[in-house]
Design a protein. Sequence first.
Length: 214
Amino acid sequence: MDTTQRTDQQRSADRRRRELLEAADRVVLRDGPQASMNAIAAEAGITKPILYRHFGDKGGLYAALAKRHTDALLDSLRAALDAPADRRERVESTLDTYLAAIEARPQVYRFLMHPAEGGQGGDQGFDVGKHSAPLLRRMGEELAQVIEERLDLGPNSQQLARVWGHGIVGMMHAAGDWWLGERPCSRAELVRSLADLLWGRLAAAGDRIGGPGF
């Protein structure tokens, strides 16, 4: 098989994988954590063994969907962090971007963060921590990189940026999870309250000379 044939086959496989993920997205939007491999296969017009061939099991499908949605969310968070505004406004915009994303697609959020709600039988039961923790770790590392690039934190800046990155993501996740379930206040009120919590040393940190301010 020559290089052209392999490239064509890879493109075809990538296109088919995207189609299957789009079908999975539609089922997740409808069913949330109850989304099953049977329902996703039916939505895609294939049999479950073919779906397994592409993703292995529900954990593999979950990982692919998680990457798809996390990539999009991180792009939005970076855009909010780099917007031309003062630091407080950018912090609030970043918090609001995360909360708006989970509010807009709560079923997707619950599928990614609370898949065990789908039950413990058949292909639906798998460990929520095993699958959701890597998403939060990735977001924490990405935010840490942004913080380190944009703020002068002095000695040991890399470690402090990682502490802050994971801490802020943990705060957003925990507060957002609670808020999405109970809706005790408006999104704007939650954003302001979380920004107030962050507005200690973060407000006093110096921007790195020559770089964009955080």
